[in-house]
Design a protein around this ligand. Sequence first.
Ligand SMILES: [Zn+2]
Length: 156
Amino acid sequence: MLVLTAQQMASIAAAAEAAWPGEGCGLLIGKGRRVVTVTQVMNAENLLKSEGNDRFELDPAARFAAERAVRGTDRRVIGHWHSHPDGSAKPSATDMAQAWEPDMIWLIVGTAAHGEGHPQTVQMLAHRLERDTGRVFPIRMELAEKRACQGARFPT
Ligand SMILES: [Zn+2]
């Protein structure tokens, strides 16, 4: 499970919409294993934004900065987010080919614009990708605020 605050989701959505019609991307820092909680969202430069709108490559400098920031803490780089300007939030063949790190969480943001309207985030899904087999494992997402409302008396 991936736990994010409403504000983290809103900031990812805003960055994805700002990048439209290109792909936006960024890193997710967090902690936990079975329940992974996002502690920080870092937006990053998409190095491939001039090469069409179906691919992204995180600026390695952003990854290095993130790894430096978590060194010696209980936090780690848990994954990254990127947007699909066609509104889909499923991993593309390009994504699967880039899934070198099996522990990374892939948060994909589907952003689309209709007519003259501003681009809007229409869905957000989290996955783990198994490059060797081509399998996609969905990760359930939950709002931190909702989780906080569930008392300890109601374990799930
Ligand atoms: Zn993608």
